[in-house]
Design a protein around this ligand. Sequence first.
Ligand SMILES: C[S@@+](CC[C@H](N)C(=O)[O-])C[C@H]1O[C@@H](n2cnc3c(N)ncnc32)[C@H](O)[C@@H]1O
Length: 381
Amino acid sequence: MEDVSTIVAKLYEGHPYPPPILDLSKAISQGNYQVGDPTLWAPLLWPEGRPRQKLKILVAGCGTQQAAWFAFTNRDSDVMGVDLSEPSLAHHRYLQEKHALQNLRLFRGDLREVGKIGENFDLIICTGVLHHMADPDEGARALAGVMVNDGVLVGMVYAAFRRTGVYMMQDLFRRLEVKPDASGIAFARQVLASLPPWHFAHFHINASQDVKSDAGFVDTFLHPQDRAYTVPQVLALIEGNGLHFQGWFENALYYPEGSDSIAPELRARLAKIPERDQWASMELLMQWAHWHFFFARKRPTPAISFSGDAWKSYVPHYNPGIRRLAQNQFSRLGQPITLSAHEIAPFSAVDGVKTVGEIGAHTRQMFERLWKQGHIMVSKA
Ligand SMILES: C[S@@+](CC[C@H](N)C(=O)[O-])C[C@H]1O[C@@H](n2cnc3c(N)ncnc32)[C@H](O)[C@@H]1O
């Protein structure tokens, strides 16, 4: 019997993922980004301040473009991409040449053996990979083992509930021995098109652009090794393997403040339970998340909290996704940001330098709400 890494390597050799892009500047100019890119999300990575300008970045399971992307946007840092799939690394080499990425190195191998490279990293990106391993805990431990003390892991694993129908279809296609080749993909697409309207798989398909490409379709429905995580399982993956949870990439998915549709009595009861139970409850209530994107540290850092006194020295930064529509109107993810008349001036005062205390002590509740809604990132002065 082949080991799981060999089986997974074969899948991504046949269908390199994500579908290759030919020009990074064009992709970025179209509004695309990489979660955890320090040029955009530094306050989420290191709320206490970026440890050094020249970073050593590891992209573990880099696919066709992710390590090249980080090398392109972080020219003053050294980036290493590791992947099992040679065709994925070959596309990296194309991007490396096209964009003259002298700061990129590539390594074909299994992230379980990343320690053999003999280097430690300030920033480790591992998105969409651990959940394809036979033992994701072993993968998380291997990554923790190559992090410097003030290092940070940007991880992503699939979220369980939204993918319920995906796992039903994976199970069906395995029983029917559907292969990830042209005729298998065509057959599986026909089956999905004929599902009854109430089938759980629609919940994923309707919200996914990914399944339109063959690479995305295979990655979703014909994957030989794939599992998903609830919020408590994500925390166990991190904390059971030598790391400390630091935060979510998108707070709005995990805090009740992220939803307008929660009834007042439920909101009041949620506000009384511990923060971690709020995160788990939001997942149970809303079933929003397809993925859990998270930040984990080797050494714990004080949690962001607006309840003691520390908030006065927090420095708010706009989430890079915020758009200014007009003088006093802002939006993010296509939705307007709700601000009352007296909140517009302090919100407009955010410059990534002034502290909440300097903007005004009366703004504590507003910044707490905006942080829980994901509109604001905070660093510590
Ligand atoms: C779904 S793709 C994600 C690619 C990239 N991280 C991204 O987010 O765009 C998963 C990638 O991880 C690689 N991979 C899976 N298991 C791996 C392992 N044990 N070691 C190294 N790479 C692995 C696969 O070859 C594939 O290229």
